[in-house]
Design a protein around this ligand. Structure first.
Ligand code: 5GP
Ligand code: ZN
Length: 122
């Protein structure tokens, strides 16, 4: 079984599973979270399978910089014009659920909760 069979975000990146796309280019994809934790909630993923930030060493600085560098523009285009939150969950302690690196972008018209909505599942 290849990664793109087993990893749901690889399958989304390959177009095998539909997603509500926000942005796509040769390196990255942004799409709306299926269970939004804020009025605006989308994910930015690399097309390349990286597990999380433990898996993203300095060689990936251009890719990581590009994903983060697009965040403001994409958030604004989605309607988060006055601020947004960025969350990256890593591993068990970080309560990562999907083991393909992703950046949560959460926002909306009004301020978010003070400690959330980081996607805590309880
Ligand atoms: P994590 O807890 O790993 O940081 O977050 C994974 C996120 O991916 C969750 O917010 C979850 O709602 C979202 N998610 C999981 N499966 C899918 C899917 O098939 N499609 C989309 N659009 N989002 C997904
Ligand atoms: Zn993957």
């Amino acid at each position: 079984m290849s990664l793109s069979d087993s990893c749901i975000f690889c399958r989304i990146a390959a177009g095998e599973i539909p997603s509500k796309k926000v942005y796509e280019d040769e390196d990255m994809l942004a799409f709306h979270d299926i269970h939004p934790a804020a009025p605006i909630h989308f994910l930015i993923i690399p097309k390349k399978h990286l597990v999380n930030l433990y898996d993203a060493d300095i060689k990936e600085q251009a890719l990581l910089g590009k994903m983060l560098g697009m965040a403001g523009q994409l958030a604004r285009e989605q309607g988060s014009v006055d601020g947004f939150r960025v969350v990256i969950n890593n591993g068990r302690v970080g309560r990562q659920e999907v083991y393909h690196l992703h950046i949560h972008i959460m926002g909306g018209p009004e301020p978010l909760g003070s400690r959330g909505p980081a996607p805590l599942k309880e």
